[in-house]
Design a protein around this ligand. Sequence first.
Ligand code: SAH
Length: 510
Amino acid sequence: MLLTITCTRPDDAAWAATDLGYLLHKHPDRAQVFDQSYGTAHVLYPEATEQRCTAALLLEIDPVRLVRGKTRGTPEFSLAQYVNDRPYAATSLLAVAISTVFSSALHGRCARRPELPDTILPLRIELPAVPCKGGPDRAERMFAPLGWSVTATPVVLDPAFPEWGDSHYVRLELAGTLRLADALTHLYVLLPVLDGGKHYWLADDEIDKLLRAGANWLPAHPERDWITRRYLARRQSLVRTALARLAEIDDAAPEELDAVDEVEVADDAGSDSTGPVTDVHPAPRHDGTRSPLPEPQPAPVSLAVLRRRAVMSALRATGARRVLDLGCGEGVLLRDLLADKMFEEIVGVDVSTRALQIARRRLDRMPGAMAHRIQLRQGALTYTDAALRGYDAAVLMEVIEHIDPPRLPALAHSVFGAARPATVVVTTPNGEYNSLYENLSAGGFRHTDHRFEWSRAEFASWAASIGRNYGYSVRIESVGPEDPALGSPTQLAVFGTSERATTMAEEARR
Ligand code: SAH
């Protein structure tokens, strides 16, 4: 696997092309060898003059060492561990080599010439063979928004048999004028993304690596969501977390995640559909200009925003001051609740410690004075919890559909029977509306963890039975664009304790 980086010195530049050696921390006069867990990395300079300097990173990958090394847990069948294209097209290993062999350059550090990392250099990058499942177009869409002019030439499968057509490898040439550190972060993230293979080294800290490497450009990249999904090899929990964090960096609303889940379904089915493009502002670049990205379009209000607005207004209408957000997840609603001083005491409950950690981090970024109004509690809603008794209102926003139907009565008992808040607001998808989602296969759910997505009749009947059994009045509303035949995407119910309903429930029990 070969990568070459060529720097050409403009006539008036105050630096020499061989300064590339300082930046890469590798002397142009020497060929150096670095032992790596998967083989050997060589750095050498085929050309090094004041005007033009080329550094080459050559990986000799030892597939047998890979198998004997850390590959336990490799999802591949055993023969594929020995017979594969890794020696020639191991983009994930090339990314690893960039981060280890060119670590200081990747991080924009140069102790001996501290001014160099910020210097914008005319660069040319060449890779003779890059696996690129989406063909040359895909390479263009990845690199061009970052300021590269891209030449991606398909490599024929076998020159002796032209009728076999092209392979899924391209020869990739990138030309651009930018900081070397930025160029390396582009390669570090995007080469494995183009490849799209499962990367056996994927670890939980991959999100941090992605966010660090992409900090300067990923939030504003028009293919941000697609890149994130591919980089994280479609591990949905990692993808969700990464997109939430990217959305925060970009200050866009994390509710885009709703749409992401929907696209995720199509993506897993093998489609290359692009995820929702968020309304993002191009990040300022090192030279103060803005990257050549399309002008931001006004973002349509997402369903998640509409849903939160509907829940908030239902809560406000009841005058509730002490509220529970049951199944609060990563805390998007908690943020809205905190922002409204009317809510004096807020408790978020979720079974997932991971979601609660994210919620906590998010809340920690809010002004400190708010902190005393909120508590996060880990717990399962299918078990009663005396600490949840006596609140004015509770919200179950997009939660019930995550519960196995046989456990729903247990949830109903602990919420409506034991905790018994004066008001309960419940939202859940309207399954009838799903046929309007192009990305969703027939009968498919909007989220892989959903156990059901009820029709309007099913939801109304569940709500009515809760009302009867626990003595609550019920009002059902719809949220989101209304289809005349299929209704709205989200259904919302407001339950209220009322004397009449309570008396009727008691009579029914007797
Ligand atoms: N209300 C949030 C999260 C919805 S996702 C929002 O609208 O953004 C559903 C959430 O319910 C997840 O965070 C999941 O961890 C939580 N959940 C699922 N089953 C649960 C249970 N039995 N007890 C508590 N939380 C549960």
